[in-house]
Design a protein around this ligand. Structure first.
Ligand code: SAM
Length: 313
């Protein structure tokens, strides 16, 4: 019987040391026979193109005892496409607003040794989709939770945008009420990270206008209908994209990606200004190398020119 590793509030589970699970499942082949509690497979599904289903997804959906689905019609389409037969009683419908007893019902099935797959309408469950509460409850119960990676609209749009990917922030859908929307926009306005918003086509124009009012005219990208027939990316400044959106009706699902905040460097300065700034930093016992870096982070100046000025002090 595998041991549960629990140290001062930390719980660690892995394939060999799953606290409530006697059965082993194989990363490549999916679940096999089991005893003890089952496994929750959090499954990513396509965001449009059904060909984006992974072999592991198909295998898992075939093998599991139950599928927990946000939209039973959407999962039916996918099952039909891949000739997976699952009777209706094997598909449990679950939405964010489902009652807590639905989660208890799901946990009970897992505790009894059932293997369950969790799918949302599209992409990764839990990412602006139901799932989080089930994953959380399963973890609390010491049930093994694993992930079937796959499509996600936010990351697909980020890559398509051509904007920096080293640091980014997923904002998702903005709140609907005006005050909360404004607060959120202001909260993210000065973060130096590429920002990713989900938005519906009917509110895209409004969102672009709101962002333009608070952000400067930054680079952005609207990626719509990713992986579908009418996939399109519109790249440009916020104002240019807004003009384009106003000129025609854009339909379908879309993600807006916006460049992060960039500190404005001081452009109008004299040699005297630099000397003064540099001397001030040195007088605070800041090492020369660090002082050079600080001045460079504030002024639009190249390293050599700055160094030459520093030697004249
Ligand atoms: N769980 C999903 C994921 O992992 O991306 C997100 C689901 S969220 C309810 C739906 C939103 O995701 C849409 O309103 C849209 O902003 C975005 N989205 C989903 N599919 C998309 C697609 N094919 N192209 C562009 N955006 C998409």
């Amino acid at each position: 019987m595998p041991e549960k590793i629990k140290k001062a509030g930390i719980s660690i589970t892995n394939q060999n040391q799953n606290p409530k699970q006697d059965h082993k499942y194989n990363q490549e082949s999916g679940p096999d026979g089991n005893s003890g509690s089952g496994c929750l497979f959090v499954c990513s599904t396509p965001i449009g193109n059904l060909d984006d289903c992974s072999f592991r997804l198909i295998k898992t959906l075939t093998d599991v005892d139950y599928i927990i689905a946000e939209d039973t019609r959407t999962i039916r389409k996918l099952l039909t496409r891949f000739k997976i037969s699952k009777p209706a009683r094997k598909i449990i419908s679950y939405q964010d607003y489902s009652s807590p007893t639905k989660i208890e019902f799901i946990i009970e099935k897992l505790n009894r040794g059932g293997n369950l797959a969790l799918v949302s309408e599209s992409g990764i469950p839990s990412i602006q989709d139901p799932g989080y509460k089930i994953v959380n409850a399963a973890i609390d119960e010491g049930i093994h939770v694993t992930f079937i990676p796959g499509p996600n609209a936010a990351l697909s749009a980020l890559v398509l945008s051509g904007l920096p990917t080293d640091n980014f922030l997923f904002v998702g859908f903005l709140p609907k009420t005006e005050i909360k929307r404004k607060e959120k926009i202001e909260e993210v306005a000065y973060l130096p990270y590429t920002l990713i918003f989900y938005e519906s086509p009917v509110r895209l124009e409004k969102l672009l206008g709101e962002l333009l009012g608070v952000f400067s005219d930054r680079k952005a990208c609207v990626a719509r209908e990713i992986t579908k027939l009418y996939e399109e990316t519109i790249r440009g400044r916020l104002s240019e994209i807004l003009a384009e959106i106003k000129s025609r009706k854009v339909k379908g699902e879309m993600v807006l990606v916006v460049e992060g905040y960039k500190k404005e460097l001081i452009k109008n300065y004299s040699e005297g200004d630099i000397k003064k700034e540099f001397s001030k930093l040195m007088s605070q016992n800041i090492p020369k190398k660090a002082a050079l870096k600080i001045v460079m982070s504030r002024y639009d100046i190249d390293r050599q020119t700055l160094y030459n000025i520093s030697t004249k002090i």
